[in-house]
Design a protein around this ligand. Structure first.
Ligand code: ASP
Length: 349
């Protein structure tokens, strides 16, 4: 594979590049020059780095499908000129962006590594430098034949490289902010890199990367809880624009034996709303065959999300809803792995 020996660094914002507002004392995004001034080590990296910055830089709480499309467009435009891409991004919604990009960049053949930090890069104890430097190295890492070590959308944070659409922000305070509870890490970055090559996606290098820019965000995350009120749930499930629901159920995919809830779900399903069952547990999977409380959801037209994260299920629904008018097609693809985001039980393959 022909290499360019260059990596593109896309700076969207996030804590890594933030500084204190002199009046409020709260952290706010600053431009890329501020970040670069705090990283003289840039000059020591053997790979050439070009940068592209969002103006203005944003706190990732303000991330949106429009910004995802902007990132995809930048990657498409620059795809042939770089060996890989590093995206600096706030941690709050990084897993949503990583999941969305993994679906929007079909047949990706180059690394797209998202990273950021818990402490701004200007602070002495910052975790931002290591996260940034290692991400740049990972984006440039390649096999002898020139193909990249990690041709997929990943999050690198605190020594771990995770598949982006398997990741979740797990800690707001500690430096170990992310994990992928239902999938092994792709690489541990200790003294040296320990790639888990058998877990890394293998794209078809003979085929082009296919970008998707459209997302349909008429979707909703509905988390079950004891005592949910019919009237409130009805308002949401009856919304005429609603196309998809990620339903966070109990344990291995269970819901209460509540007739009004099953009726609402069934009616929504008959209207073409696709409801995906994802467990509220941080790890493990939804299995609607294990208990009767799960089985009844199958009857109500709910499809299993198995071990998918909420972030991945939601962004995958957004993409599929933009691609297909037929809800049956969306249901089918929700039960297929399109970017390594889901483990379908062997008995169903
Ligand atoms: N609020 C920040 C953001 O997501 C948090 C961070 O970057 O760690 O942009």
């Amino acid at each position: 594979m022909k290499r360019t020996e260059k990596v593109l660094l896309i700076y969207t914002g996030g804590t890594i590049g933030m500084g204190c507002n002199p009046i409020t004392g709260a952290l706010e995004p600053l431009d890329f020059d501020h970040l670069a001034d705090n990283v003289p080590e840039f000059k020591l990296i053997p790979t050439a780095i070009d940068t592209y910055q969002f103006i203005p830089a944003i706190d990732s709480s303000n991330m949106s499908p429009e910004f995802w499309a902007q990132i995809v467009s930048i990657i498409v435009e620059k795809y042939d000129y770089y060996d890989g891409f590093v995206i600096l991004h706030g941690t709050d919604t990084m897993s949503y962006t990583a999941s969305a990009l993994s679906f929007m960049l079909e047949n990706l053949t180059k690394p797209v590594i998202l990273t950021g930090s818990q402490l701004p890069i200007g602070q002495l104890r910052t975790d931002g430098k290591e996260n940034l430097m290692t991400s740049l190295e990972l984006a440039a890492a390649h096999h002898h034949d020139g193909t990249p070590m990690v041709p997929e959308v990943c999050i690198y944070f605190n020594g771990h490289l995770l598949r982006g659409n398997r990741s979740t922000k797990q800690n707001a305070d500690e430096l170990n902010a992310f994990d992928s509870f239902n999938f092994p890490h792709l690489c541990e970055a200790g003294v040296s890199f320990n790639f888990q090559t058998h877990h890394i996606l293998k794209p078809d290098y003979t085929k082009p990367m296919v970008p998707h820019l459209e997302m349909n965000s008429n979707v909703f995350v509905f988390s079950l809880f004891p005592g949910a009120e019919e009237n409130i749930v009805k308002h949401i499930l009856d919304a005429p624009e609603l196309r998809g629901i990620v339903m966070r159920t109990y344990g291995s995919g269970n819901a209460p034996h509540t007739p009004w809830l099953m009726k609402l779900l069934k009616e929504a399903s008959q209207r073409g709303v696709v409801t995906v069952n994802v467990s509220q547990c941080i790890s493990g999977q939804a299995d609607m065959n294990r208990y009767d409380t799960g089985y009844q959801l199958k009857d109500a037209g709910v499809v299993s999300g198995y071990d998918t994260t909420v972030e991945a299920a939601l962004t995958k629904l957004m993409l599929l809803q933009a691609q297909y008018d037929d809800p049956e097609m969306v249901r089918q693809y929700m039960n297929k792995s399109i970017a390594g985001e889901i483990t379908i039980p062997a008995t169903l393959l």
